[in-house]
Design a binder for this molecule. Structure first.
Ligand code: 13P
Ligand code: SF4
Length: 324
């Protein structure tokens, strides 16, 4: 018997979500997903999600899911009236700066990031006074005001390339001291940094890894992890780089030292891969829910607002990031 289009998408989504949750839970999401899809059509909206969003969002409603770099690229080119950013505030701000004429909705506008909170625009101005003439690179995990003060932005996916492209003997890279250590080990120049850290990744320790390595588990770490964790891992890279590595190598068992939804999202796409725990939750990322996305699309709020002068000054460093 032929199934209607509506039934077909529902069955396909339940089948995918049931790879990481009970089928009854997957079914319970369907009415909200249908409401959000209808609101997206009504408002000519697209949903862009980070890899740390839950599968109900990434598989259920996102038009695009990726790392911070891919999200920024997608948002910059999005030909939609409204861009809904399922991620934390700096990601929504980045989308707004790169596609200023569009309405950008942040379903959880209070969703922060310990890195973005670690440094202010005034701190960057003081660093410039302390190190005259030294170019400043800001991790994309910063506020628009900080981005407006720097020469280039980067993500964990292209920090090495951005720093190398500056061709300077000294570079200031803020605010993540662990990402800076990752970059410093891969470039020829001196990297000056700032004492910021991700509250999720800094909790991993080398001791967490040892028993897994002994059992032959492939251990992958994000560059926001402490250096001893990076050294003990088989692979270090951005969330997109981790997915690329797994798709190419297909190790039997994997430990991802990053946010917990990463393993769930990869399992939805590749149920044959088997993930070990531990992982850590990002309380900020988890503030975005299907309900908050539905409400944002219904009310067309909260919108991301950035003053035109800040947006103009933040745009050039972000474009350098996209070009690297
Ligand atoms: P990615 O750029 O690897 O997606 O990382 C962003 C982030 O916030 C990691 O904590
Ligand atoms: Fe920020 Fe860390 Fe959460 Fe990423 S995981 S958003 S860096 S607090």
């Amino acid at each position: 018997m032929a199934v209607s289009g509506a039934v077909a998408w529902e069955a396909a989504l339940v089948e995918r979500l049931a790879r990481v949750m009970p089928e009854a839970e997957a079914r319970a999401y369907l009415p909200l997903v249908a409401d959000i899809q209808a609101l997206k059509r009504q408002h000519r909206a697209v949903v862009v999600a980070h890899n740390y969003q839950v599968p109900a969002i990434t598989a259920g409603i996102a038009d695009f899911t990726g790392d911070s770099l891919a999200m920024a690229r997608y948002a910059a080119r999005a030909d939609a009236d409204t861009i809904v950013v399922c991620g934390v505030r700096f990601m929504a701000e980045t989308a707004k700066v790169l596609n200023y004429g569009r309405r950008v909705l942040a379903p959880a506008p209070e969703a922060g990031c310990s890195l973005a909170d670690a440094i202010t625009a005034a701190d960057v101005r003081r660093l410039r006074e302390q190190y005259p003439g030294v170019p400043v690179v800001a991790y994309v995990n910063t506020t628009a005001e900080v981005k407006a003060e720097v020469d280039a932005c980067c993500t964990s996916g292209n920090a090495v390339e951005v720093v190398r492209a500056l061709g300077s003997p000294r570079v200031i890279l803020v605010p993540d001291r662990y990402l800076a250590a990752f970059v410093a080990a891969r470039v020829d120049c001196e990297v000056i940094t700032w004492p910021g850290a991700c509250e999720v990744h800094e909790r991993f320790t080398a001791a967490d890894i040892r028993p897994f390595r002994e059992r032959g588990v492939c251990v992958m770490a994000h560059p926001e992890c402490p250096p001893e964790v990076q050294t003990a891992a088989d692979f270090v890279g951005s969330t997109a780089a981790m997915i690329g590595y797994l798709e190419a190598r297909r190790p039997e068992r994997v430990l991802l030292l990053t946010e917990c939804s990463m393993a769930d999202n990869i399992t939805v796409a590749h149920p044959e891969l088997k993930f070990e725990r531990p992982c850590n939750l990002c309380r900020h990322m988890k503030q975005v829910t299907l309900e908050s996305v539905r409400d944002a699309l219904r009310d067309l709020a909260p919108c991301v607002e950035i003053g035109p002068d800040t947006a103009r000054r933040a745009r050039a460093p972000l474009e350098r990031m996209l070009a690297a």
